[in-house]
Design a protein around this ligand. Sequence first.
Ligand code: C2E
Ligand code: MG
Ligand code: MG
Length: 791
Amino acid sequence: MTLLETLAHKWLLITTPYSAPEAQAARFRAHQLNACLRLAPWVLLANTLNSGFVLWLFLTRADASVPDYLPFVWMLLVFLTSALGLQRWRLMRRGEVRNTASMRTLSKFTRNAAISSLLWAAFFAWTYPHMDPMGQKITIAIAVGMICAGGFVFSSIPRAALSYVLIMALGFDLGLLRNGLNQEFVSLTILLFGYVALVISTIFSMAQNMGARLLAETESSRQAELVGLLLSDFESNTNDWLWELNARGELEHVSVRMAEVLGQSKESLLGTHLQVLFKRLLLNPGPDEEAALLQLQSALDAARAFKRLDIPVCTSGEQQWWSLSGKPLFSDAGELMGWRGVGSDVTRARKDADAMNRLANFDSLTGLANRHQFQQRLYTLAGRPCTLLLLDLDNFKTANDHYGHATGDKVLQIVASRFKSQIRTGDLLARLGGDEFALIARGDAELDAYSDLALRLIECLREPLSVDGVQVRVGTSVGIATTSDGAGDPDALLQFADMALYAAKDAGRNTYCFFSSGMKDQAQKRLALIDDLRIATERQQFELLYQPQVSLLTGQLTGVEALIRWRHPVRGLVSPGEFIALAEQTNLILPLGRWVLQQACAQAAAWASDVPVAVNISVIQFGDAGFVPFVQETLRRTGLPAQRLELEITESLLIEDRHAVLDILRELRALGVRIALDDFGTGYSSLAYLRNFPIHKLKIDGAFVRRISESAQAYAIVQTIIDLGRALHLDLTAECIETPEQFAALRTLGCGSAQGYWIARPMPADALVDGQGHWCFALPAGLEPLLSEQA
Ligand code: C2E
Ligand code: MG
Ligand code: MG
């Protein structure tokens, strides 16, 4: 590299105020040029005026040694360069340097500046020695002024500024030198270059500032561009969008995505108040929606940032949820300028969360609260007065087993909706599982109100449920406990209500019971009894007694009823009245009933005569899908002819579920088994049952028989039942004959057979028949004379 090249390189280096890649440098050059060009017309005008002034100075203050035409030529040249400069300025303004400028353009500009400066320098160098002292002083002032002004005007292009200043200074200094190498020259030169050094350092400093500013601006616009890109990428790739409000809460920036989500144009949204927008989107806001809007309102009012505020909206007819986050924007003076934030569509997440919540808290079949929510509510209410109603459906199991689970499910749904129609808002109705329901009602006063409620719940199931064309009957038992019963905690309240429910079931179902303190002992006893019963069932600690039934006409044995006894290791012989209901509630009746049937059939099969054996069958057994096959199998195994087996059912069975029971009865009848309706007259006797059900016998309940002699009403009832049975061609057996008078009365009324303590008490099998299967029990002595009387 030659010295010249090295110098040129250094020159380029020090006169370029930034270091940037070419594309960027081109933009910077445009900035530099534009900064100069902005002043160009004024500079050119000043240049021209100045040249006129200088010409005048020359003409008035210079000696005559210089030819007159030369200053005019000079001025012409100045005019020419100014005109060219103006032309160049116009061209550049038109676009050449609007955004970018080449190195050549910058060099051209520098060259023009240098030419202009050279013209002036030459003029100063040439005319200075010819001026009078006053002219010289004015020339000095003009030269210094032009050096400074040029330096500043061209400072954005250091190369042009330096060329201008240095050429001008050197030319002027040459003029001073031509005036004589004296003290004046030395001192003026020192002063001149002092100024020039100052101007040059200012040029460098201004250029440096400009370079730094250009770099900073580029960086910030690059960042802004990047942020813009990121934001648009953010909006196009996510469900989120950006929004901006002014201080009044009106939309100031509506992103494309937001407009899209709302299905409205950006323009129509701009200027809309956010609150107004949401109100418009929610035509019928519920309490949840109102609460969400209030939250938004209070955050906006308090100029407080908010995060993930879920707002319900309704766009294109669909319920959606938006999650809004935003923060207020403040000026330096702390004044609210507006809001900026992000919105996202969280409908999906919200729906998922709702679904999860539903799964966790609601029963999917009925839509009622589930056990989990029920317990939560019970625990939240702990310490506050409340009343708990436990409901258990009667006969649901039968319907479910008979019609299948699909029907069972629909039954539960109908029951749930009927219950729901009876409760107050604010009370919680739950399905605890199976056919168990519960109701938590606030408050514990006015027991009457709860008995009314319980009655309504029972009543609402009175109408049969119509499911897929079949009429299903279910009932409900209700147990009620309130916090004023002294239940210290929710568990105790639940226990109390449970005890009350059992009491209701014991009381004959389809009824309600309030908890009473006596139930606690009963419950304890009950639990102990259940344990014992379970053990007894496993160990088969039961035996059967048999009670004979005789013909009222002939005194002949017409049948024997099998009656169960529990041989308790401590309590001794326990009668069925004390444990059958319990066995039914715990379903222990199923194994127990099978044992009875099996035992009775086996023993009866060993009897020498063909007298039928009657076996009592519980409602629960009828609900067991395997019941009929079991009967069939038992008959086959024991060898007892089907017509010797009489199954005693109660009227309550008939009202439970007509169709299911009817089907089972028909199947039994098809086997050849006889059906007796036990305790007839105490239940919901209806002629329709008797006509439609395949029944062979009515057993007149002991309650009427026992009072037949003293109560005309009981007598009339028994008479009616007998007439009815006869009309329907049913056999009739009177229960609980305790006196010969009762026997005689029933004989007179035309009843077929009788059973009772007066005839024979229930007795063990070995007291009934001997080893050969022959009857070995004795009939009362008074029977013979009675039979010989004319009926
Ligand atoms: P039930 O089927 O009506 O049986 C007649 C009940 O009256 C028997 O009571 C019997 O001992 C009693 N009894 C008979 N004659 C007289 C009388 O002259 N006066 C009085 N006061 N009572 C008399 P038990 O054996 O205590 O049975 C009570 C109930 O328990 C039965 O009433 C029946 O419903 C049920 N039960 C008995 N055994 C079974 C069984 O194996 N399975 C089922 N599911 N229930 C049974
Ligand atoms: Mg019976
Ligand atoms: Mg009976």
